[in-house]
Design a binder for this molecule. Structure first.
Ligand code: NAD
Ligand code: WQD
Length: 342
């Protein structure tokens, strides 16, 4: 019997790519999503890639009764990958309660349902490099301190990790891996699934691809006077499929009972930093399109530089990112053209 895995937020950007990897590795999956930031059409993309139509339940995880019913209906869940959350940093500053309510109560209801089951459960949490803030040293290791969160969104990731850690201490049957993603970009190589941005994107790569598609006149480069080689901020951009694969590896580690502790944290990045201007230039190279861009004022709250030390994930999980920035940007651009019917 294949392991049955619940994927919350499984129709979202990272969730959908992870569902593909899980199916391809023989897992049976149940996707739960309230479609607040995704579309049911994503299921077609997953089916086109894998040949399998996964089970889908439209459900808002803030509804505790529905969450309990879901667990009653599926008493044989082996693991949970919890992607479902709101993720827009700026919006979280304006609507903190919505973010705390969604990102924290969903997690608590899931954990309560797991606890009441009284069975072993492997749980992967979508955390973020945002927990490090501006790290004191680079590259960033998992030992580096978690800094005071810059936004309610970032705080929900820190609180989420603390809730999970506390629960692994009170419930021996709960196994957790928290994955701290750096900057996921790109789309599946089949171009059947990718990132769907609702409204004007805040993140760099969707803004670049939309500008290349003619939706925006120009890209504002936020700050050109940072203490970096070319004056623009540096990030660790990781292809979403590499990121997705790490979830499968983490899940297998927990299922095989290979964890050294019941709560483990891993950085997921490439280990390489690229500046905003480098990303723009690389996109211009792979697409043959010249991007109109201008250096403007710094964006408030931006950190200068962040890239991962990935040695823990490399050595313990036996995982590493294999796709480079060019490949990730190529898939992002192919996806943008596909959704714009160009
Ligand atoms: P996404 O918005 O594409 O996916 C999240 C999915 O969860 C969406 O399909 C949404 O409809 C669903 N959802 C939200 N609230 C829900 C609820 N109450 N009940 C059921 N479904 C709900 O986001 P993503 O980029 O795929 O991110 C996935 C996870 O990874 C999130 O937890 C996010 O915070 C985290 N993360 C993302 C990034 C990034 O840059 N994309 C970086 C670090 C961490
Ligand atoms: C990257 C760089 C911008 C847009 C966000 C979240 C963080 C985490 C990862 C979830 C920065 C610059 C951007 C634009 C620009 N997500 N930029 N012009 O800031 O690393 O982090 O995603 O957990 O929590 O905050 O990613 O893509 O927004 O920005 O110059 O139009 O591109 O200033 O230097 P960031 P990003």
């Amino acid at each position: 019997m294949p392991s049955k895995i619940l994927v919350t937020g499984g129709l979202g950007y990272i969730g959908s790519h992870t569902c593909v990897e899980l199916i391809q590795q023989g897992f049976e999956i149940i996707i739960v999503d309230d479609l607040s930031n995704s579309s049911k059409n994503v299921l077609d993309g997953i089916k086109k890639i894998t040949g399998i139509s996964p089970k889908f339940v439209k459900l808002d995880l803030r509804d505790r009764k529905e969450v309990n019913l879901l667990f009653q209906y599926h008493p044989d869940l082996t693991g949970i990958i919890h992607f479902a959350a709101y993720k827009a940093v700026g919006e979280s500053v304006k609507q903190p309660l919505e973010y705390y309510e969604n990102n924290i109560s969903s997690l608590i209801y899931l954990l309560q349902a797991i606890e009441s089951k009284g069975q072993r459960c492997s749980f992967i949490f979508s955390s973020s490099c945002t927990v490090y803030g501006q790290a004191d040293q680079l590259p960033i290791t998992e030992q580096d301190p978690v800094k005071k969160a810059e936004s309610p969104y970032g705080n929900t990731k820190q609180i989420g990790e603390e809730i999970l850690y506390d629960n692994t201490r009170s419930n021996d049957l709960l196994k957790v891996i928290s994955l701290r993603y750096f900057n996921p970009i790109g789309a599946h190589s089949s171009i059947e699934i990718g990132e769907l941005s609702k409204g004007k994107p805040q993140n760099l790569v969707p803004f670049i691809t939309q500008t290349a598609a003619g939706i925006h006149q120009k890209i504002n480069v936020f700050g050109g006077d940072y203490p970096t080689d070319d004056g623009t901020c540096v990030r660790d951009y990781i292809h979403v499929v590499d990121l997705a694969k790490a979830h499968v590896v983490g899940l297998k580690r927990m299922i095989a009972d290979e964890q050294s502790e019941n709560f483990e944290v891993f950085n997921l990045g490439t280990g390489k930093g690229n500046s905003v201007l480098e990303v723009i230039k690389t996109f211009e190279k792979i697409s043959g399109i010249s991007l109109n861009h201008e250096i403007v004022d710094r964006r408030s709250g931006d950190i200068v530089e962040a890239y991962a030390d990935t040695s823990k994930a490399n050595e313990i999980l036996g995982w590493q990112a294999i796709n480079n920035l060019e490949m990730a940007l190529k898939t992002a651009w192919e996806w943008e053209k596909k959704i714009r019917n160009k």
